[in-house]
Design a protein around this ligand. Structure first.
Ligand SMILES: Nc1ncnc2c1ncn2[C@@H]1O[C@H](COP(=O)(O)OP(=O)(O)O)[C@@H](O)[C@H]1O
Ligand SMILES: [Mg+2]
Length: 253
């Protein structure tokens, strides 16, 4: 049996609440393998919650998430997560190489030390994000974009087929954003499926194969051209967006 025919991620009728109000309500999405998928929607629309549900970090009230056809709880090794930069302690004394190696500990039981193959996987991952030259640098001494790439390397070193990124472009400059995007595209070419929370609608069409438009419910899912429709966007963003003309030409930026 190959996994080719099985969706990478299947979200079925997912409802997740923290308190009384659901953060996600009856969301269903099927993500095919080898895709670069963007998740868009205003603040508080449930984007991070969707990522956490796909990781199995939050329990659904209703519905389920399948990873390569299996329940999330049984598929944890298949999914790697790149956290938001704000969620990391950058003063922690650890080198770039050590962060990438952390990706391997998921595979290695506590009683066994890392093997050559683990070290190689970590170095390969650093190479993929073009950070090998910085291997011995402390993570606190890197730029925001470099830090983001190191955490991407950690996820790649894990060997997971599915990578989830929560706003990887937040707080980085345009050149760095390009560099990160290139890495995402390279990961896709290497057969990964990527789901990326993104809040810049002007670049969404250019960056992603498909977009998920969320605001508690799923408003649209499909090619950027189909999702970046004026009517849909004005419903979801409620007039907080004044650049419809550019976005809905299907060209993005
Ligand atoms: N840990 C939490 N406890 C309570 N409410 C939360 C928690 N995390 C998120 N929420 C709420 O759930 C909704 C969706 O949040 P989130 O998924 O973080 O949205 P987004 O990532 O799109 O900004 C928001 O109303 C937010 O306030
Ligand atoms: Mg968020």
């Amino acid at each position: 049996m190959t996994t080719e025919q099985i969706p990478a991620i299947e979200v079925r009728h997912l409802t997740v609440s923290y308190g009384e109000r659901p953060a996600l309500l009856d969301v269903s999405v099927t993500i095919e393998p080898d895709q670069l998928v963007g998740v868009i929607g205003p603040n508080g629309s449930g984007k991070s919650t969707l990522i956490k549900a796909i990781l199995g970090f939050v329990r659904p009230d209703v519905g389920e998430v399948l990873i390569a056809g299996q329940n999330v709880d049984r598929a944890k090794g298949l999914v790697a997560y790149v956290p938001q930069r704000g969620a990391v302690d950058w003063d922690f004394p650890i080198t770039v190489r050590e962060v990438a190696l952390m990706g391997r500990y998921q595979q290695v039981p506590w009683y066994r030390s890392l093997r050559k193959i683990d070290r190689e996987a970590a170095l390969e991952a650093l190479d993929m994000v073009r950070m090998s030259d910085f291997a011995e640098r402390q993570i606190g001494q890197l730029s925001g974009g470099q830090q983001q790439r190191v955490f991407l390397a950690r996820a790649l070193a894990q060997g997971a087929d599915i990578l989830l990124l929560d706003e990887p472009f937040a707080g980085v400059d345009a050149a760095t954003e390009r560099a990160i995007l290139e890495v995402l595209e390279r990961a896709k070419s290497a057969g990964k499926t990527l789901v990326v929370v993104h809040h810049d609608l002007t670049t969404a069409a250019e960056y992603f194969d498909k977009l998920i438009l969320l605001k508690q419910r799923l408003y649209a899912y499909g090619p950027p051209r189909a999702v970046l429709q004026e009517e849909l966007l004005s419903q979801v963003y409620e007039g907080r967006l004044r650049v419809f003309a550019d976005l809905t030409t299907g060209k993005g930026a």
